[in-house]
Design a binder for this molecule. Structure first.
Ligand code: 13P
Ligand code: SF4
Length: 341
């Protein structure tokens, strides 16, 4: 097994400048320009190997621009990636994101090989709760249904009645048809949902270590100094959300920008996501209170290359856990279908 540090570094060829001119132009406003010639040989090597392997690379919106724009075939939020994994023809999928996202892809596409370039790419929300914790909560609140956020391990999902994302949490909670629901593990998202439903929520004290760092003062500063509209992810604290013109999931933020086309916006969320949207909305000025997710940052071009070359690290989940987690995910997808009908 090779460590990515031992990989032979792909070398610069002059033709890369011409072959990747469009990509370089796209990356120029997003990454320091000196880095682009360092990224291109890796991007080229990954794209070549990806074709040889018949693999598909899927990148979450929080991935660095050189990954998001340079090597990803599919980009999106965590649920979108899992659904794309299920629906694509490829048998080999590389998830550039964190561990629970790769697990969600494996749950929806159990017969495919799902790789994650770094097994230690975790998530403070997913690691805040275990399947034992969920079993203990169920024992304390008998008969109360459990709705878990997508940012949980497969084992926690398997103990849940339904999964939700930040985009559909209120609908999923209400679809349980119960006066009380155990909502896990994000306390801030839970408080946001509790303000939008009559269902009583039992909350857990999980936090996103990236979104909990933002302050209401940062949001006010962006509005008062730059006259920016404020768009925040519901994993932020209630004080931050109270300052926002729009609160929405990763995907909803992109749709809001497309609809509103604001002159200036402050995205109170992970800052690679703001970079990736900046490329899509060049007419908008992005004010960036910037917090990067350290777990997302563990995915790099060299370890994506190593993942493809050595077929590592394949996600393995016991069949009974896949079955339980799949049932909970299907319950959420069913709510989505009913809403759309
Ligand atoms: P999405 O489910 O919207 O992709 O968000 C995942 C996440 O980790 C947010 O911090
Ligand atoms: Fe987890 Fe927060 Fe990173 Fe999203 S941004 S993966 S919730 S730690």
């Amino acid at each position: 097994m090779h460590d990515s540090a031992e990989l032979p570094v792909p070398v610069w060829r002059d033709e890369l400048e011409h072959e990747y001119a469009a990509l370089a132009a796209r990356l120029e406003p997003l990454v320091p320009c000196l880095e682009i010639p360092l990224h291109l040989p890796w991007i080229d090597a990954i794209n070549t190997l990806k074709k040889q392997r018949g693999a598909v690379i899927m990148a979450h919106s929080y991935q660095s621009p050189e990954i998001f724009h340079g090597v990803a075939d599919v980009t999106g939020d965590s649920l979108g990636l899992a659904q794309a994994a299920r629906d694509c023809d490829a048998e080999l999928i590389v998830i550039c994101g964190v561990h629970f996202m790769a697990e969600s892809a494996k749950i929806l596409a159990p017969d495919k090989t799902v790789l994650i370039p770094d097994l230690d790419a975790g998530c403070s929300l997913a690691s805040s709760i275990t399947a034992d914790d969920v079993r203990a909560l169920k024992a304390r609140h008998p008969g109360v249904p459990v709705v878990s956020y997508a940012n949980t391990s497969a084992a926690v999902k398997a103990e849940s009645d339904a999964i939700c994302t930040s985009a559909n949490a209120v609908q999923v909670v209400e679809a349980m048809g119960a006066p009380k629901v155990i909502f896990l593990p994000d306390e801030f998202l839970g408080r946001h949902v509790a303000g939008r439903t009559d269902v009583e929520l039992v909350l857990w004290r999980g936090r996103c270590e990236v979104h909990e760092k933002f302050t209401a003062q940062q949001a006010r500063h962006a509005r008062e100094t730059f006259d920016a509209r404020i768009v925040a992810h519901p994993e932020c604290s209630p004080e931050v959300l109270a300052e926002a013109d729009f609160v929405g999931s990763t995907t909803a933020m992109g749709k809001w920008l497309a609809r509103q086309q604001p002159e200036r916006v402050a995205l109170i969320t992970e800052c690679s996501m703001a970079d990736n949207l900046r490329a899509q909305f060049p007419q908008t000025r992005f004010i960036k209170p910037c917090n990067l997710c350290p777990h997302m940052q563990r995915i790099t071009l060299p370890n994506i290359y190593a993942a493809l070359r050595d077929l590592r690290h394949a996600i393995e989940i016991p069949a009974e856990v896949i079955a339980g987690a799949r049932r909970a995910l299907d319950r959420m997808l069913e709510v989505g279908r009913r809403e759309a009908a």
